[in-house]
Design a protein around this ligand. Structure first.
Ligand SMILES: Nc1nc2c(ncn2[C@@H]2O[C@H](COP(=O)(O)OP(=O)(O)OP(=O)(O)O)[C@@H](O)[C@H]2O)c(=O)[nH]1
Ligand SMILES: [K+]
Ligand SMILES: [Mg+2]
Length: 489
């Protein structure tokens, strides 16, 4: 009997009738305008050593032959040197490396050709023009190559997202995370989860047919419980993955003239904010994206916190306080030579000390206390303030203490964003939405009064995992994702 059950379980897990999740056989989605052959410059715009132009679609072979006539098509996937000429005028355009990728073994799954030409603008425009004159070819839309790759099952939706993130990655940590997603790790994870559900559903289907002993249903329950735990862990991590993708919010705050703007300029390595000896220089919140020790951050400079000032500065203070509430990490700046002033004491009492206390959900506001202008302290002075919370000494003027600050920032950001080589994989709210949907359905499963309802709940749960990787992906989601791509990708 157990052998019978296992045959059934493994058959259900592998198909042929089980719905495929991330299909390597094609997503079932047809890219708009998919019959045509498209071409585009795939390397960046502007003068460069080598530019790559590529085509995808049924007329790719014809296009390659037209530009390299009278030579035959080169062998598949082997770079060959060819003279390119305009098929209409016969005018030579360039001596270039060409590659022929017959489908389905290509990036898009269709016949593809690549022309690696010299990167001068006249060469590039000459080759693009010549391709435009080949019957059946038209310029590609933004993201159209990747859309076709998705349509032909070469990439799952999460891999497409990984590719988009990789193109836009600006820091090392972002690149690592995007590469992992492009490698299909998130898709693999979802596939594993879906298999667990398929197995659980098979137990139920089987017991429905054969009035089994109770132990079999316990098996299904235990699979579902395992899955709930795994989903819970990833959902808790999801906020970190999103932060790593879009940057943690780091807010620089402190009393007037502490050197907040000086610190922002130092960390961003450019003069973002105005620095002056006059207190109240910064009024608005100034936001700048920076790479902090390999992690992406959105750094906000804010107005110095003080009371009894004019209406404009008061509005600046209100905005600063609002931004503090949204901070993932507060960089609290004080003037080390002015710790006893009312503004410094007030800032310590209202911002720094409260951040150290646990909030109702047991976590603390992340905060780094920086005592700036250490160059103004008498040499060797360490008794700054009897009960000062832990802090770092810095001089924006001399740069002393900057390495220590960057090291501390790296630790904080790693905790906020997760380790991209082992950590979170859910990088978008879309991912979170589907995992929550899956968990909700598993909740329904546990409450189901009969086997049919239980099986239906598992089907819904599985549907959410399938949507995550792009099975039955709606046109709308695809448009949002592909909007991020450039022409030629
Ligand atoms: N000696 C010394 N002076 C500094 C240091 N950092 C900043 N300053 C000076 O302190 C003054 C105030 O610097 P800002 O960066 O404008 O200070 P802020 O906190 O942004 O000031 P507000 O925007 O007015 O609140 C300027 O004259 C800076 O040159 C430092 O490390 N050492
Ligand atoms: K100032
Ligand atoms: Mg300032």
């Amino acid at each position: 009997m157990w052998r019978g059950l296992w045959t059934l379980v493994s058959r259900a897990a592998r198909g042929p009738h089980s719905p495929r999740l991330c299909t390597r056989q094609g997503s079932g989605y047809r890219a708009p305008g998919s019959g045509a052959t498209i071409f585009a410059l795939s390397s960046g715009q502007g003068r460069c050593g080598i530019a790559v132009i590529r085509t995808s679609g049924p007329a790719s072979g014809h296009a390659l032959q037209s530009l390299t006539a009278p030579r035959d098509l080169p062998p598949a996937r082997k770079a060959c040197l060819r003279l390119l000429s305009d098929p209409r005028s016969g005018e030579p355009l360039d001596r270039a490396l060409v590659l022929w990728f017959p489908g389905p073994q290509s990036f898009t799954g269709e016949d593809c050709a690549e022309f690696h030409v010299h990167g001068g603008p006249a060469v590039v425009s000459g080759v693009l023009q010549a391709l435009g004159n080949v019957p059946g070819l038209r310029p590609a839309e933004a993201g159209e190559f990747t859309r076709r790759a998705f349509a032909h099952g070469k990439l799952s939706l999460t891999e497409v997202e990984g590719l988009a993130d990789l193109i836009h990655a600006e820091t090392e940590a972002q690149r690592r995370q995007a590469l992992r997603q492009l490698d299909g790790e998130l898709g693999d994870l979802c596939r594993g989860w879906a298999e667990t559900l398929t197995k659980a559903k098979a137990y139920i289907d089987f017991s429905e047919d054969d009035n089994l002993e109770e132990g079999v249903l316990d098996q299904a329950d235990s699979e579902v419980r395992k899955l709930e735990v795994a989903l819970g862990v990833h959902l808790r991590d999801a906020r970190r993955g999103q932060r790593l993708r879009s940057g943690a919010h780091v807010v620089v705050a402190g009393p007037p003239n502490a050197g907040k703007s000086s610190l922002v300029n130092l960390l961003s390595r450019k003069p973002v904010s105005i620095v002056s000896p006059e207190p109240g220089t910064t009024r608005d919140v100034l936001e700048t994206p920076v790479d902090l020790a390999g992690f992406p951050a959105l750094l906000s400079d804010t107005a110095g916190l003080r009371e009894g000032v004019g209406p404009v500065e008061q509005e600046g203070v209100r905005r600063a306080q609002k931004r503090l509430e949204q901070a993932d990490l507060i960089l609290a700046v004080l003037d080390a030579s002015d710790l006893a002033s009312p503004a410094s004491c007030n800032f310590l009492d209202t911002v720094v000390i409260p951040a150290g206390a646990r909030n109702p959900n047991g976590s603390r506001q992340r905060l780094l206390l920086v005592l700036n202008k250490s160059d103004l302290l008498p040499a060797g002075r360490s008794d700054l303030h009897p009960d000062l919370p832990s802090h770092l000494l810095l001089s924006c003027l001399t740069g002393e203490g900057l390495d220590g600050l960057l090291e501390a920032l790296k630790k904080e950001l790693a905790a906020l964003c997760g380790d991209p080589s082992t950590g979170p994989l859910l990088t978008r709210s879309r991912h979170q939405h589907h995992l929550r949907g899956c968990l909700d359905a598993l909740g329904q499963y546990k409450q189901a009064k009969d086997l049919a309802l239980a099986a239906e709940a598992l089907r819904v749960a599985r549907g959410h995992l399938s949507h995550l990787t792009g099975g039955g992906g709606t046109e709308e989601i695809l448009d949002i994702i592909f909007r991020d791509f450039c022409v030629g990708k």
